[in-house]
Design a protein around this ligand. Sequence first.
Ligand SMILES: [Mg+2]
Length: 271
Amino acid sequence: MTKAAGAGPASRDVAAPGARSRGLPVPLAILVDFDGTICLSDAADEILAREAVRPGKEELDRAYVDGSMGSRENLAACVALLPADPAPVLATADQLELDTTFAPFVARARDLGAALEVVSDGFGFYVGRGLARIGLADLPVATAETSWPEGGPILDFPFGHPTCLVCGTCKRERVLAYQARGFHVAFIGDGLSDRYAAAHADTIIAKDRLVGVCGAAGIPYVPWRTFDDVSAWLDGVAAGRTRLDPPRRRPFICGPEAWGPEPRTAAPPER
Ligand SMILES: [Mg+2]
């Protein structure tokens, strides 16, 4: 069986900040989405468009967008559209274009002592490979794990919520885990899969569809186009020009706290 996990899985238990935030006013954790954020395209969509050997993607897309199917169920169904042989799929993954401003941003954030983690609600196998291509194989990654047993690819969700089955990787739980350790959490993203994390992050750095999500929910955000913009924001924080909001509890908008204890695979219709 071929395994294609990320190069550096995150530890589920977040370490305390210690003395690491040396250049920053508070311990800062920066969580970064992958598809459409570090990767310039939606990696899962692009891989499916090029490599799927079975039909059904459009129907699955519709169910995800209209909310009748959560990402966990959607990803599990989508990965089954890929071929039993991982070789062509991984070759396509290795051609995905990554934002060239990401690696310099990581260097700057590490220099200041920020904690970093890539948080991706996708197939997972392309994240660690992509980061390794740009010299960042040691970056912690919270995402799904694809394996290729004989019958074809399947997914595991080591960073899924234990009882809520709506998302594959629960980005919200990663935000809460860092906050519980005393970090100010900045979340960088672009899309719908970031909405539950954005509801809890202390700073949201948003582009594309995430801007609309934040706007509709009345959540303030820092706009960005490339990681140079995020580096400029970070420099402002380090220099004291940009003040970070103090931590505050935010209402739950997802998971058992908002939707009740029964296991569910899709969010309830919004009232
Ligand atoms: Mg994204």
